[in-house]
Design a protein around this ligand. Sequence first.
Ligand code: C2O
Ligand code: CU
Ligand code: CU
Length: 532
Amino acid sequence: MPPIVSSSRRRFLQQAAVALAAQTPVARAFARQPSPPYALTRSAPFARELLIPPVMGGTLDATGVRHYHLDMAAGAQHLVADLLTPTWGYNGDYLGPTIRIPRGRPVHIRLRNGLHQSTTTHWHGAHVPGNMDGGPELLIGAGHYYDYHYTLRQPAATLWYHPHPDRRTGPHIYAGLAGMLWVDDGVDASLRLPHTYGVDDIPLIIQDRRLLADGRLAYMTHPHDVMGMKGNHILVNGREQPYWNAPAQWVRLRILNASNARVYNIGCADRRPFAVVASDAGLLEHGVPVRQILLAPAERVEILVDLRRDRGRSVVLQSDSRQVVPSLSANPADSDHLDRSVFPLLELRVGAARGTPGVLPARLVTVPPLIAHGATRHFVLRVKTMHRALKSVRHMKSPRSRSRLLGPGGMNMGTGGMDMFSINHEYMRMSVINVAVTRGQTEVWYVTNDSPMAHPFHYHGTSFQVMARNGKPPPDTERGWKDTVLVRRGETVKMIAPFHEPAGRELPFMYHCHILEHEDNGMMGQFTVTEV
Ligand code: C2O
Ligand code: CU
Ligand code: CU
């Protein structure tokens, strides 16, 4: 039976259909973007030195609380040599400081929004309650601030922070808002892992950006971008393919894929093995030797590279995306030329050893096994075809309201809010709680990908362990704490996690795909963690 539609509603739908056929909201959004030429100038790789974000350790007060200040503001940065790009950043033009938080110590972070629009900041991977989590409900208005108070009791880990506003997370991170958050518990130092920031232990924030010829960021300038925004310039810590003066010793690279959508297959150009010592949310039980590691958006990996015999040489870190990345999607259009090639990320120019050299210990930490007690849940990821998605007019913002929200340099804010990507046939609605978890339980979650492309699935408020991929044990590099996992097409990933942090209906936690254009266009749900 056809659905009953009132005549005014029908008229609206007919008009909408006509409007869609002629000029879809997506097309309209693209039309506002100054049309290409894109920047084609590509600096020769390794022309500029790697920037290392300053570390922020906070200021200790008399009561034992550490205070940190973060200011979000507009700026400009030479992401690509010779081009000045209007950007957003935390305490600077682009990206933000590395926040170091000692485990078990109370912190206070005052986050000021100096932008001209509201946003939030979320502590990705941090075990904090819903009211400190910075999800979309915790919007901070332009010119306002929010005080986050929490104590991290989780193992040392390489976490990160980034905005999380409803439907605009993609453009806000793309504009430059992201930084690393290190939980420190001294275990790495006692294991004698390299741990001297900026010397033998460095953050590498990998991103891709598309720029216009005048240097401005181009976001959502092609209809296909809604499947996941990819750029043709590869940045590490906000600079295109830089070099780093590395010491001839074991170096620890804490790699974060902070790209909106691109997956990297990271390794050394000389194919030397290296050791994966940590996954997203903590150290592994032992270093896992590999030659390549796949890193999906929002995933982190800590690797130890042995440079002891490389003094005077150059070692190139690259992504060998061929084969691996294109095979993640059944649609060839989802892969661009970089996904089909090998491209450099960073050159390590190896000089003399510095400081106290670290080691790769045989054993690292114990990752405690978890025992399920509580609900088992199933999540199914689906993607609408572009054609069907364009019919989802109901939740599209009017072009007018969208036009008031422009990014740095007038950057288009994209098309967030379309019902294109679903979880259990549901699309993100701020007013809907999709799942209620009982606090204190340890739940098994199954995530099934019933779509033609891979999705990095993430949830807030805890860390999980991957139990199985399609019924088989996960690779050794995933046998530790994680908070984001790449679920390939046709795959079911089984995870287990304890839920201790509370989150009520007003400020719930999120689970979502971390391809930001998927998250912004429906592929997210909300859950509470409450006592029964
Ligand atoms: Cu990295 Cu819900 O976030
Ligand atoms: Cu998160
Ligand atoms: Cu996705």
